[in-house]
Write a protein that binds this ligand. Structure first.
Ligand SMILES: *Cc1c(COP(=O)(O)O)cnc(C)c1O
Length: 458
């Protein structure tokens, strides 16, 4: 810390932060010298101080940071699924900044329920009798199974015993709830008679699960929810439908996903779906259905363990309000807007981005190290939905002197990281999940990554 440059750091940052960063950097140097060839690491005091400076800054930044999704998957669970509409952001900020009537009835001054804020809206939008919201759809399914079927049997088609990713598997969640799985049918075909034959005095629930992230095509048959609901009604057994992503609005882009409203209309007693897949809201699990079941779920102790927080509720309510006017939802909910973007707009964005990248490379004298092109690209909705559906989009391709793999890595490590697609000799920046406002920033990251790769080469 007494080295040249140390005094400057102590003016800029608290002593404790500089000490911690110095220790980090020196410890890393030691390890590198011991494990690698020492000759390459003859860092002088000034280099060390630069590293310490970088480390102090790094330690002050959050680990969770925004990035640019140029990978062509719109609802990408690893990248946070859906960005929120401005209305939802404003509502979440308001809820986070101030006290609210979260569980308080302003009319009577008595304790209220956090479900009240979105229940009537969900009832209006889906036609169900009642609704509640929990942490995510996995929690919604667990709560539903626990309340409706713990200690009893649940009948599920073998074709619907799905894994959604991140270790959510229907047989596992069923076991966790204390219910017993009764498998019926086969992988590709399950008929109504298979369900009917499996019903015993122990049967508590008929469960349909939307296969979401895959499709069985060819010699395949599933029982539609209306037929399953009629069977359930005749045998006095509730029927639940986990529609996964779920589509709330009648929007062309998501028309192939099971509609929540249709499920309710067809007679499903409980329908569960995610808030942050194609709905385009915050992470949440939405449960709609018959009042008797929803009220039982609200009362169960597990509901408290999987309850939704106030910021999520605020963002969800604001998002659902937009769905009252579907046209407004399409133009303001980012996920819906991206799904509905036409190819020509993607093409114009790709051309603008290519220009912006070339402009920066020219300024940096690096234009001759990268080949920049534009072409058509296939993008995916993602979010475990519409697995066979691809979206016509456009992309910018980069062929760099240092190789595609190095450039792709450098893009991920840029100050504003970029997730891209990489093929053998090119990096692809797909427009499908990008907003026009991000293009200049993306061009900055590309220029940074190109310079970084060139620096490594030198
Ligand atoms: C995605 C999905 C889930 C899990 O939802 P999360 O919101 O990720 O918890 C459950 N069931 C189905 C059918 C899904 O598609």
């Amino acid at each position: 810390m007494r080295a040249a440059g140390g005094a400057g750091l102590l003016v800029a940052y608290p002593r404790s932060a500089v000490v911690a960063a110095c220790r980090d950097v020196v410890a890393e140097m030691r390890t590198r010298i011991l494990t690698e060839d020492a000759a390459g690491h003859e860092a002088g005091p000034l280099d060390l101080m630069t590293l310490v400076d970088e480390r102090v800054r790094e330690r002050r930044q959050t680990h969770l940071k925004r990035l640019i999704n140029a990978g062509g998957v719109i609802v990408n669970t690893n990248l946070g699924r859906s960005a929120l509409a401005p209305e939802a952001v404003a509502a979440a900020t308001e809820a986070a900044t101030h006290y609210s009537n979260l569980e308080y009835r302003l009319e009577t001054g008595e304790r209220g329920s956090r479900h009240e804020h979105v229940e009537s809206l969900l009832v209006e939008l889906t036609g169900a009798e009642a609704a509640m919201v929990v942490n995510n759809n996995a929690a919604a399914v667990l709560l539903m199974l626990t309340v409706l079927a713990a200690g009893q049997e649940v009948v599920v088609s073998r074709g619907q015993l799905v894994e959604i990713g991140g270790s959510f598997r229907i047989p596992d969640i069923l076991r966790l709830s204390g219910a017993r799985l009764v498998e019926v049918g086969t992988t590709n075909k399950t008929r109504l008679s298979d369900y009917a034959d499996a019903i015993t005095t122990e049967t508590a629930l008929l469960l349909r699960v939307h296969t979401s992230n895959f499709k069985v095509v060819g010699f395949a048959e599933e029982v539609p929810i209306d037929e399953l609901a009629r069977l359930g009604e005749a045998r006095r057994i509730p029927v639940a439908d986990d529609v996964g992503s779920g589509a709330l609005a009648n929007i062309a882009a998501v028309a192939e996903e099971p509609s929540v409203t249709a499920s309710v209309r067809c007679g499903a007693d409980v329908v569960t779906f995610s808030g942050d897949k194609l709905l385009g809201g915050p992470q949440a699990g939405l449960i709609v259905g018959r009042r008797i079941w929803v009220e039982a779920m609200k009362r169960h102790p597990l509901a408290r363990a999987v309850r939704v927080d106030k910021m999520t509720l605020a963002a969800l309510e604001a998002t659902l309000l937009l769905y009252r006017e579907p046209e407004r939802a399409i133009s303001t909910v980012p996920t819906l807007r991206l799904l509905s973007r036409d190819e020509q707009d993607s093409r114009e964005m790709a051309e603008r981005l290519a220009e912006a990248i070339c402009r920066r490379l020219r300024e940096n004298g690096a234009l001759d190290t990268v080949e920049v092109g534009t072409q058509k690209a296939d993008a995916l909705p993602g979010g475990g939905a519409l697995p066979l559906w691809s979206i016509a989009s456009w992309e910018v391709t980069l062929k760099a002197v240092g190789g595609a793999a190095h450039l792709e890595t450098a893009l991920r490590l840029a100050p504003v990281p970029v997730v891209s697609r990489v093929t053998r000799d090119r990096v692809h920046l797909v427009m499908a999940a990008l907003e026009p406002e991000e293009l200049e920033l993306l061009a900055d990251s590309v220029a940074w990554a190109v310079a970084h790769v060139a620096g490594d080469e030198g």
